[in-house]
Ligand binder design. Structure first.
Ligand code: PHE
Length: 467
């Protein structure tokens, strides 16, 4: 498809593909973890502020850049500001795309493994996956030990990682309409149905009220500066902004696509899924009396425990709940990894004039190798560190704490201050064909609130590292 750019075929495709990128492990795995640490509703409120005041303006800026340039993340800056240093934002984005896909696929691989295990009934019935012990007269499986044993194994997680990467590859290689759009239209509705089913399940669990209270009652004492920083990182990660992922996707939007409306829809779907995931996880976790701040092990240790402990008495319900939950996580991970892959594939295919298949294959191989580094950092390479961090941590840190905020900062500055104001307004109003009554406040967010907010928080976060 050299020279021939793909495009999304429908408005629904635009929304579902962009929402697919946004809704991911970040919503279902990371968000509840951060909520648990950050005092329930208090964290959610701060998070909402970041979503609508800072991350959404970055998303809009990415849309404006992508649709006006109709090019990949680096090519877009070359077109809109030839020979200017703004291209750094694009380069950081593509680099970030490689890094994020590499570590994300490791966790997605774990998800695949847990999906298979739950399909085989290993999470609910007495299983070989885990050792067990008698606890209060009940046979209890040691999921913490099982999880550690699995992730530190040199082979199993890498095989899962490779299979997941291959799935991502197969979708991306098929192109925009036949790959990304088609599969987003298939997977996103499935994902939404599963979420509704699981929320229904979890709200009827005994003791669910406790979990709901935790989610809705703000605990202001838990809010530390760290929690506030975490909320911004989470908002950016969750909306996939700052890496040019949405520059790439919006380069496939048609001239009829309404940018402001699409951005709002994506923000609302993403936030709804995050909060609903909280409604799945907390009532379930509280119903067996486990502490909510269980950290990243929440969905791989705490939840299997819940499935086995409280749902063990109702084997069919336990089986269905566990399986649906991991399928949900897997679908969410896949629609996001596709968008990370596309940042890199679009760049390689356009910049080096390669076919989509070849470009996708190059990205897959590079990320697979980097992904192995990340996976091994939980096992045999635990001691191998760069700047004091293992590979997984290093990649995660570089992307979420560094490249995303910096990319978001540059992109809002680019659209708010560098690009011709007329061009920006034309993009937002589809050449004056649709009125955007919120134009002034939106531009205010893009020019002032988002960049300066990001800058303050970014510096606050980075300074302690160098002191
Ligand atoms: N938004 C995705 C999630 O919540 C992660 C992501 C980050 C996707 C960056 C694309 C680019 O899981």
């Amino acid at each position: 498809m050299n020279g021939e750019r793909g495009s999304f075929g429908s408005q629904l495709g635009v929304i579902l593909a962009s929402a697919g990128s946004a809704v991911g492990l970040g919503n279902i795995w990371r968000f509840p973890t951060e909520v648990g640490r950050g005092g329930g509703a208090a964290f959610i409120l701060i998070y909402l502020g970041f979503i609508f005041l800072m991350a959404m303006p970055v998303m809009l800026s990415e849309f404006v850049i992508g649709r006006s340039a109709r090019s990949n993340a680096i090519g877009a800056f070359q077109k809109l500001s030839p020979g200017k240093p703004w291209i750094a934002a694009g380069i950081m984005g593509v680099l970030g795309g490689f890094l994020v896909l590499s570590f994300y696929s490791v966790v997605a691989g774990w998800t695949l493994y847990y999906t298979i295990q739950s399909a085989l009934g290993q999470l609910t019935s007495g299983s070989e996956m885990v050792n067990g012990k008698w606890l209060n007269g009940k046979w209890t499986m040691d999921f913490a030990q099982a999880f550690t044993a699995f992730v530190s194994d040199p082979w199993q997680p890498i095989i899962c990682l490779a299979v997941f990467m291959l799935l991502t590859h197969l979708v991306v290689a098929r192109g925009i309409q036949h790959g990304i759009e088609r599969y987003s239209k298939l997977m996103m509705p499935m994902l939404l149905v599963i979420i509704v089913l699981l929320v229904g399940f979890s709200l009827t669990m005994p003791g669910a009220a406790e979990g709901i209270r935790f989610l809705l009652q703000p605990d202001l004492n838990a809010v530390t500066p760290d929690v506030v920083l975490g909320a911004m990182g989470q908002a950016f990660f969750s909306l996939s902004v700052g890496l040019g992922c949405l520059v790439t996707y919006s380069s496939y939007f048609s001239k009829e696509t309404r940018l402001v409306k699409s951005a709002m829809n994506v923000c609302i779907i993403d936030t709804a899924v995050a909060v609903l995931s909280g409604f799945i996880i907390f009532p379930t976790v509280f119903s067996v009396g486990i502490a909510p701040d269980a950290g990243p092990g929440l969905v791989f240790i705490t939840l299997p425990n819940v499935f086995a402990l409280s749902l063990g008495a109702m084997p069919i319900v336990g089986y269905a709940f566990a399986l649906l939950f991991y399928v949900l996580l897997l679908l969410a991970a896949l629609t996001s990894s596709i968008s990370m892959h596309e940042i890199c594939t679009a760049f390689i295919s356009e910049h080096f004039q390669q076919s989509r298949h070849k470009a996708a294959a190059i990205v897959t191989v590079i990320c697979l190798v980097l992904g192995c580094f990340c996976s091994l950092s939980f096992g045999p390479w635990q001691e191998v560190t760069v700047f004091g961090r293992g590979f997984f941590d290093l990649f995660d840190f570089t992307v979420t704490k560094f490249l995303m905020p910096l990319g978001g900062l540059l992109m809002t500055l680019f659209v708010g201050w560098y690009l011709d104001r007329k061009l920006v307004e034309q993009q937002l109003t589809n050449n004056g064909r649709i009125p955007v009554r919120t134009m002034r406040p939106l531009l205010f967010l893009v020019r002032w609130v988002a960049p300066f907010g990001i800058l303050v928080i970014f510096l606050n976060e980075l300074f302690p590292l160098f002191l």
